[in-house]
Design a protein around this ligand. Structure first.
Ligand SMILES: [Zn+2]
Length: 231
């Protein structure tokens, strides 16, 4: 096998290795927490906090209502006990009872509003829990797929590296060095020759150069310096 062909094969494997490495990077970047799951979890958290706050307000309101109810009961008991005879005093007490009842009426209205808010909060939470659940399930499936893909890519990469080692072993080390230098500076080290044209720089090669490439020796394009590979 000509040295140009060997280097061309090395280049083919190198390209496959690079493509595997790019894919591994890409798949790795997709592994891990998902933005949409994090966002859904945050929404659920704040929904639950809101529900807790509404419950807390309801409790303290209900305690306030109970407190007023017992004050009213006490005042009415006093009012109808017959112990108070003074009309002015009776009038004041009655007024106090009326005020307490007004206040209680307002608190009860507020309590109804809070009950509605609490019901809404329960519905919202259950909706958010559903959303989070399906996002998490979707995410887990995707993670499993990505992990499997990553495993395949890593195995593929290790096989390719082994294959590269075997190919490189058989090539003159100096030629491999030339190849590496060109690869570093030009990206592609070996250019195919097709219909007398260097595919690396698209120049038409002189006849003498073409003949030399067919002889099997290592020939470099006089224009772009790439190693020429004539099939
Ligand atoms: Zn060229």
């Amino acid at each position: 096998m000509s040295i140009a062909k060997q280097l061309y094969q090395l280049q083919e494997v190198d390209l496959e290795i690079e493509s595997h490495e790019r894919d591994i990077k890409q798949v790795t970047s997709q592994l891990g927490e998902s933005e949409s799951v994090i966002l859904a979890r945050k929404k659920l958290d704040s929904g639950q906090q809101h529900q807790a706050e509404v419950t807390r307000q309801q409790q303290s309101l209900e305690w306030e209502i109970d407190d007023i109810t017992s004050k009213v009961a006490k005042a009415e008991e006093e009012l109808y006990s017959g112990r108070i005879q003074n009309p002015k005093e009776l009038g004041n007490l009655q007024h106090e009872v009326d005020l307490l009842k007004d206040k209680r009426g307002q608190l009860e209205e507020r309590d109804l509003e809070l009950m509605e808010q609490a019901e809404l909060a329960v519905r919202t939470i259950s909706k958010l829990e559903g959303e989070l659940g399906s996002l998490e399930a979707e995410w887990q499936t995707r993670q499993r797929e990505l992990s499997a893909r990553l495993g395949e890519l890593k195995t593929g990469l290790s096989n390719l590296k082994h294959k590269r080692g075997l190919i490189a072993e058989d090539i003159d080390p100096q030629a491999v060095e030339v190849y590496q230098e060109l690869k570093k500076h030009k990206g592609t080290a070996v250019a195919r020759v097709e219909q007398g044209i260097c595919r690396g720089c698209r120049i038409t090669l002189p006849v003498t150069e073409l003949q030399r490439t067919r002889s099997g020796e290592l020939v470099r394009c006089s224009s772009c310096s790439r190693i020429l590979f004539s099939t």
